[in-house]
Design a protein around this ligand. Sequence first.
Ligand code: PEP
Ligand code: MN
Length: 358
Amino acid sequence: MSNILKQDSLLKGKNGNPLQIAGPCSAETKEQVLETARRLKATGKVDILRAGIWKPRTMPGSFEGIGAKGLLWMQEAREETGLPVTVEVAKASHVDLCLEFGIDVLWVGARTTVSPFAMEELANALKGVDIPVMVKNPINPDLKLWIGGIERLRNAGISQIAAIHRGFSYLGEKYYRNRPQWQIPIALKQEMPDVPLICDPSHICGRRDILEAVSQKAYDLDFDGLMIESHITPDEAWTDASQQITPEVYAELIDNLVRRNVGTGPLPTELEVLRSQITNIDDDILNLLSNRMEVARKIGEFKKANNISIYQKVRWAEIMEKGKKFAEKHDLSEDFVAKHFKGIHDESINQQEQVMKK
Ligand code: PEP
Ligand code: MN
């Protein structure tokens, strides 16, 4: 036990490599925790074992975590594998229990970082205890709130702090579960260069097929580590089933990553930040187009049921007139706006026709 605690910093990877944190979204059963820990340990590619014991869920009635008995399983996993363990804390009572059970590292979840009262409660509970803490970004894209949370912990005397980037929730998002908005972690790194920055691709992606690409992006941006959810039977996981991967798939993913920009800094150039903004805007445009077509199809259903014709001349004139006024006011050419709206309108008609033909 004490061997683990004597290491320099648990929040730094070994031999200049990125820090690798892996483990299930939630601790479910003792067997699941121990078996995951063993198989992750066997990959040789994990520095810290994670598992959620108290799960902040969006809806009541979902599985809200196994509670304090999970701490015993984490303790056992630690004894058996020698891996330090980390657990999410959201309130003072969680901190007290984690300290009692010798948890090595704490992490604060996105739904907690968002609340200054909760962060203050955690900071107070941590006064005089210098345990490493990782702070996830708040669910909304608010850099200041993230920095503020970290500072509250620093003010309480926590000297080892890492930041975890897990993406930001966004209305109508289709591709990511939580949009990465890379410019925000980049800005955090610029403001707090001494705080290790870890990427959590699992909660950004919400699905397995793009986990590796997002992990590689984090490597390319010189992140200091990754936190990836891994489960022995991912499809049967009690939480976040669609994004978890087996320890063996995890090992393959880590193996496939290439480190290209090692040590280049609190890097990104202005160009990269601007490109990241363009990517966000392109994502917005695609999401909005997809949402608009969804609504168009619903209108198609309605028109079909009520025998209304698809093409509504007055409505179309209204849309074009609005576009023209917008163009004048916002430095866009009238022609540009008209062209794009015509394209969108044509596609809407198209989609409605498909629905009505059914
Ligand atoms: C988690 O790590 O399982 C979790 C709940 O994450 P987040 O706080 O990023 O939603
Ligand atoms: Mn999760």
